[in-house]
Design a protein around this ligand. Structure first.
Ligand code: SF4
Length: 87
């Protein structure tokens, strides 16, 4: 019976260790992905459309408020120089 409890405790420890390692790793992946993006200023991002083009119609837009290549929060009504039409 004692041996069974030890096995359960070891398994629980391994699970907690795996969770402790995985959580910071997920944060690092998310952080490095954001760091690889260009700044809003460098692509003249603005919060309003340009000539009828806006983030909501751009293939790089990720709803509800992100961009695959531009850092920070972007508005579906925004626009930048990297705008590309959705296919
Ligand atoms: S217009 Fe610019 S900021 Fe907006 S989704 Fe497209 S690439 Fe991103």
């Amino acid at each position: 019976m004692t041996k069974m409890l030890d096995i359960n405790n070891i398994s629980r420890r391994k699970l907690l260790l795996a969770a402790a390692i995985a959580a910071p790793a997920a944060v690092l992946v998310a952080s490095s992905a954001e760091a690889a993006k260009v700044s809003q200023a460098s692509v003249q991002y603005r919060g309003t459309p340009n000539a009828g083009h806006s983030c909501g119609g751009c293939k790089l837009f990720t709803a509800p408020s992100a961009c695959q290549v531009v850092s920070g929060k972007v508005s579906p009504a925004g626009w930048c120089q990297l705008w590309q039409p959705k296919a």
